[in-house]
Ligand binder design. Structure first.
Ligand code: AMP
Ligand code: ZN
Length: 110
C-alpha cells in the first residue's frame, strides 16, 4: 500500500537496516526505541492488525512467531507487544509486534 510506511520499508522505498528476514516477515529496529532492544516484527503483506487475520493469511503469524524464536536466541528474555487499534496506541496501520528486551517495560503495570 503506497501510503504505508512499513510497505515502503518492505518495498525498499525507504532505506532501513533489516535485522532478520524470512519468507513472510522482516524485523527492523524501532526508530524511537522504548527499551535497550526494541525490534519490530512486520509481515511483508499489508495486514492491518490481528483483527485482519483469517484462515487465509494466518500462515504469516507462524512466520512472525518463528522470527520471535530467532531473536530470542540473542535475547532470551523479552516482552512481545501488539497494539491492536488506534485507541490502544496503534499508530502504524500495518501489523507489527514489538519485541522488547533489556528492561522490564511493564514494571509499573503488572
Ligand atoms: P505502534 O504505535 O504500535 O503502531 O508502533 C509503531 C512503531 O513504529 C513506533 O514504535 C514507531 O517508533 C515505529 N516506527 C515508525 N516509523 C518507523 C520507521 N521508519 N522505522 C522504524 N520504526 C518506525
Ligand atoms: Zn503496509
Amino acid at each position: 500500500m503506497d501510503s504505508c510506511i512499513f510497505c515502503s520499508i518492505i518495498n525498499k522505498k525507504i532505506e532501513t537496516i533489516i535485522v532478520a528476514e524470512n519468507e513472510q516477515a522482516i524485523a527492523i529496529n524501532d526508530i524511537f526505541p522504548k527499551a535497550p532492544t526494541h525490534i519490530l516484527i512486520i509481515p511483508k503483506k499489508h495486514i492491518i492488525n490481528m483483527t485482519d487475520i483469517s484462515a487465509k493469511n494466518s500462515d504469516v503469524i507462524a512466520q512472525m512467531a518463528l522470527m520471535v524464536k530467532e531473536l530470542s536466541q540473542q535475547h532470551p528474555q523479552f516482552n512481545l507487544v501488539c497494539n491492536n487499534g488506534p485507541e490502544v496506541g496503534q499508530t502504524v496501520m500495518h501489523l507489527h509486534w514489538h519485541f522488547l528486551a533489556g528492561t522490564d517495560i511493564f514494571k509499573k503495570l503488572f
